[in-house]
Design a protein around this ligand. Structure first.
Ligand code: R5P
Length: 302
């Protein structure tokens, strides 16, 4: 049987994004229906059987547990329907912060998730976005991984703002590449803070690594993810004390919460993120980025 053109299967956690990518790639779309039983269990149904032997599945892993269960059910259904090749797009990869063992006998949950995905033998490629740590890619032993970044989207967004005297700050020393790429696009300086998170209490402390001058500047505080918002909050306090004129907070991923309001109250002029997890602050659309990456991989098939 002919494999046919890959169809896009849109998991419920990022259906809109999946639809937009399907339109850009001119692919058929398969909608997923999910509901909850009264006891909290998930029910999943595809609204039609894919007509191709290839599928591109979108599922962002938030809310973490329900979305992971939904993904498992979708992949199982596709296997049952004899879909031979699955490319999986995971805009937000959950459990990524536990990418190593910090304390004895802990579960390395990012690895467990990778193993769960790879247990479906038809999953061939996995597209990921701004992972908390690149080492997670090594947990995929069989699947090809394509690790994308929203750095360009963030840089373009702030470049359109035509800021007078911008400065890029990353609240976590591990995100240097993000700082370098956005600051070079804006032609400005960057610096970073040093962060420590207690593995026991979760409390975050932040300190300045090397003095920097943000007096009168428009400061962009950039990170991979805003979760509780505490990391950004500490950074806001530091740049406010330094005399920043305007403060913008931006991240690839935003875990929907009250963090956005808290950061605005603390002095941020704007808090933005991509639609890796749809929320009120999803200002950057990932559809062009994923469509470009997918069509690049699709063209290799020809
Ligand atoms: C941590 O290493 C990440 O890069 C983020 O800085 C962190 O996960 C943000 O978390 P929260 O918003 O809870 O401070």
């Amino acid at each position: 049987m002919k494999a046919g053109n890959a169809e896009v299967v849109g998991g419920t956690t990022c259906e809109e994004l999946a639809r937009r990518v399907a339109r850009r790639l001119n692919r058929k779309f398969v909608k997923v229906h999910r509901k909850k039983f009264p006891d909290g269990e998930s029910y999943v149904r595809l609204l039609r059987k894919p007509s191709s032997k290839r599928a591109i599945v979108f599922q962002t892993l938030y809310p973490q547990n329900d979305s992971t269960v939904e993904l498992t059910f979708i992949l199982d259904l596709l296997e049952e329907f004899d879909v031979e090749q699955v490319w999986l797009v995971i805009p937000y990869f959950a459990y990524a912060r536990q990418h190593k063992r910090y304390r004895k006998w802990e579960c390395v949950s990012a690895k467990s998730l990778a193993r769960l995905i790879e247990s479906f033998e038809n999953v061939e490629k996995v597209f990921l976005l701004d992972l908390h740590d690149e080492s997670i890619l090594n947990f995929f032993r069989r699947c090809k991984t394509i690790h994308l970044s929203a750095r360009r989207l963030l840089a373009e967004y702030f470049s359109r703002k035509k800021l007078n005297d911008p400065f890029v700050l990353i609240p976590d020393q591990e995100r240097k590449e993000l700082a370098i790429s956005v600051s070079s696009e804006l032609g400005c300086d960057y610096s970073f803070l040093v962060k420590y998170r207690s593995r026991v209490t979760g409390e975050i402390t932040t300190r300045v690594w090397k003095d920097f001058d943000v007096n009168g500047k428009e400061v962009l505080i950039l990170d991979d993810v805003i979760s509780t918002g505490k990391t950004m909050l500490n950074a806001i306090k530091i740049v406010k004390e330094g005399g920043a004129r305007e403060i913008y907070c931006a991240a690839t991923h935003y875990i929907p919460s009250k963090a956005h309001e808290m950061l605005m109250k603390a002095g941020a002029k704007e808090v933005i993120a991509t639609n890796s997890i749809p929320s009120e602050i999803s200002k950057l659309d990932l559809a062009p980025l994923f469509a470009e990456a997918l069509s690049g991989e699709l063209s290799k098939r020809r």
